[in-house]
Design a protein around this ligand. Structure first.
Ligand code: ADP
Ligand code: MG
Length: 585
């Protein structure tokens, strides 16, 4: 609870949230509720989300009034979260203590084949996976989750489910429920659904693409640019508010996607980089450039010609997609791609709503008193100044490249590489000021969340390190000692028969030396964990110690054991190998 709810004063209150659906699961009626402490602080993720939706609605309606819209009374933030996951055989899972304890593999040498052929992505669904997906759809529909899209993902054994979007509140509840149902339906098929951000090293990890927009209660998607975006000043106002907000509060967005699991993805050349930037696309970039330069921009409707008589020409999107951008415009919404696959999307959406509410409120404050005859010119000059001051956040190139990291640094964009680097910024004065202004989170609620995030980080790494120590001591090292003995026995027998024992001797030496590495590193890891755990008087120091002192030793232990795995016969290796797990469904 981050100090919000001590065990000695644990009273808490729930209240029915009538804006999300009740559902029947396993014979019981479930009612979505908020959860607050005796002293009135939010203990949940729903309360801040609902507060942020109210704030966004109020500020967005002010903007709509500026453009003469008198009918819309409410603006709702919408989200469609694409959920990535891995499916593996339960029999393999049961043999891996690391998967059971931590949700990810802590050891495992690379198999001969990974995802380099992209053949999983483009392949048919395997029959067991297709049967799972069909069952999953039914199970999700029964509890009211709008599951619709299902497909293979890039890594072997990786897949995706996406629902039809809804309000950020309903979608968040549905996503929590979906994750539970995904895990349960897998078990019925003898499978395990892994929602961890990085179950396997060397292949892609999993995220949750948070497709976000705003809709009015009179039926407009506020991020729909229409056919002539240059003339659509209302759209450009909302767009500029988002550009400014993402630039000013990049740290908050990064924080909303931070966890020990997601640290393996962000910036690891597969998921979006840890640096926040916005992808605009060709057309909107052209519009923003023209607006800034005071020139005109003509939208062209492009047609795709296939060059086959029997097939029709069809309209082409005004812009391509960019899958390396953490915050990409995708035609009528933004796709925030950083969120981790196991995360609750309540936090990213609360913060996103609050950020945009803040910027809309500033624009409304400036524009509400402006007389009608001056409105267009003043608005244009306001938007131009926003573009000038904040265009550094826009990046339309390859977000995975090293050049971008250097360029982003030149632009002064923050690059928070890990959870411990970014989470302390939650309580920066500008962030407290924004979240308090709209009543989304109080300073006390922010500090509690900060502590929870850091404590959770430290505990996660602690469990992972202890699991590694356990596996090394009880499985890998004894196996390697036994195999070394077998090799040495063979050397002795061969020598007595005057047969050259060179192969056995060389192998025995190799195994023996790597086993020594594994053994000494295990001891080092025990010491590092004890030292980190002892820093519990300050949660930030403790989390930093896990990050800086424990993780490097975990990596070294893994290297030694993975080195042994590729030498030992597979029949002797005490756990299933990567190739047994990810190619086995
Ligand atoms: P892709 O994999 O090409 O990014 P998907 O179809 O898997 O696309 O997922 C897109 C998600 O975006 C879906 O969940 C969809 O409902 C959601 N979406 C579409 N329009 C909106 C919108 N206006 N607001 C929020 N989410 C949206
Ligand atoms: Mg998708």
């Amino acid at each position: 609870s981050g100090g919000l709810r001590e065990t000695c004063s644990a009273r808490g209150y729930t209240a029915w949230d009538p804006t999300s659906y009740c559902f029947v699961k396993e014979g019981s009626l479930y009612i979505p509720t908020v959860f607050v402490s005796y002293t009135g602080e939010a203990l949940d993720k729903k309360t801040p989300l609902l507060r942020s939706m109210d704030a966004l609605s109020q500020q967005a309606v002010r903007i709509l009034r500026l453009f003469g819209n008198t009918t819309a009374t409410k603006v709702t933030s919408t989200v469609g979260p694409e959920q990535e996951y891995f499916l593996i055989d339960k029999k393999m899972y049961d043999k891996r203590e690391d998967l059971i304890m931590t949700g990810r593999t802590l050891f495992g040498a690379m198999p001969p084949k990974g995802q380099e052929l992209d053949d999983q992505y483009f392949a048919n669904l395997k029959p067991r996976v297709a049967a799972y997906m069909a069952d999953l759809d039914e199970a999700l529909w029964k509890v009211g989750v709008f599951a619709t899209t299902k497909h293979n993902e890039v890594a072997p054994a990786q897949h995706e489910m996406a629902p039809v979007f809804s309000t950020t509140n309903i979608s968040t509840d549905q996503n929590e429920l979906a994750m539970e149902v995904m895990e349960k339906v897998a078990l019925k098929h003898g499978l395990v659904c892994l929602l961890h951000e990085k179950p396997f090293d060397g292949v892609n990890g999993s995220g949750k693409h948070n497709n976000w927009s705003m809709a009015t209660n009179d039926g407009q998607n506020l991020l729909d640019p229409g056919s002539t975006p240059m003339e659509n000043m209302q759209f450009l106002t909302f767009l500029c508010a988002i550009i400014k907000g993402i630039d000013e509060y990049a740290d908050l967005l990064r924080i909303s996607a931070s966890s020990a699991g997601n640290d393996h993805r962000l910036g690891a050349n597969e998921a979006p980089p840890a640096i926040i930037s916005i992808f605009m696309g060709e057309e909107l970039q052209g519009v923003l450039d023209a607006l800034e330069a005071g020139t005109s921009y003509k939208s062209e409707s492009k047609v795709f010609e296939i060059g086959v008589d029997a097939l029709p020409d069809f309209p082409k999107d005004s812009t391509d997609r960019n899958r390396t951008s953490p915050f990409a415009f995708t035609g009528n919404r933004f796709e925030f791609r950083m969120v981790g696959s196991s995360d609750n999307i309540g936090c990213p959406n609360s913060l996103l709503n609050a950020i945009v509410a803040g910027e809309l409120s500033d624009i409304a404050d400036k524009m509400e008193g402006v007389p009608a005859d001056k409105f267009d010119d003043e608005l244009k000059s306001l938007l131009v100044s926003i573009i000038k001051d904040h265009k550094r956040i826009i990046f339309n190139g390859n977000g995975y490249s090293d050049e971008w990291v250097a360029e982003a640094e030149k632009r002064g964009l923050p690059n928070f590489r890990s959870t411990v680097d970014c989470v302390p910024h939650y309580a920066d004065p500008k962030n407290i000021a924004l979240l308090e202004k709209f009543g989304v989170l109080s300073e006390k609620e922010i500090k509690a969340r900060m502590e929870v995030l850091l404590e959770n980080y430290a505990k996660t790494i602690n469990i992972e390190a202890l699991t590694m120590i356990d596996m090394a001591k009880k499985k890998y090292i004894p196996t390697c000692i036994a195999y070394t003995k077998e090799l040495c026995d063979a050397v002795a027998v061969k020598k007595s028969l005057e047969i050259c024992p060179c192969v056995e001797k060389e192998l025995a030496e190799k195994v023996s030396s790597l086993t020594k590495d594994a053994y000494t590193t295990t001891n080092k890891l025990e010491e590092a964990v004890a030292a980190a755990a002892a820093k519990d008087s300050c949660v930030l120091d403790m989390a930093k110690s896990y990050r800086e002192e424990v993780i490097p030793v975990m990596n070294a232990l893994r290297a030694a054991v993975d080195g042994l795995e590729v030498i030992l016969p597979s029949c002797k290796w005490p756990v299933p190998a990567y190739s047994d797990i990810i190619f086995n469904v």
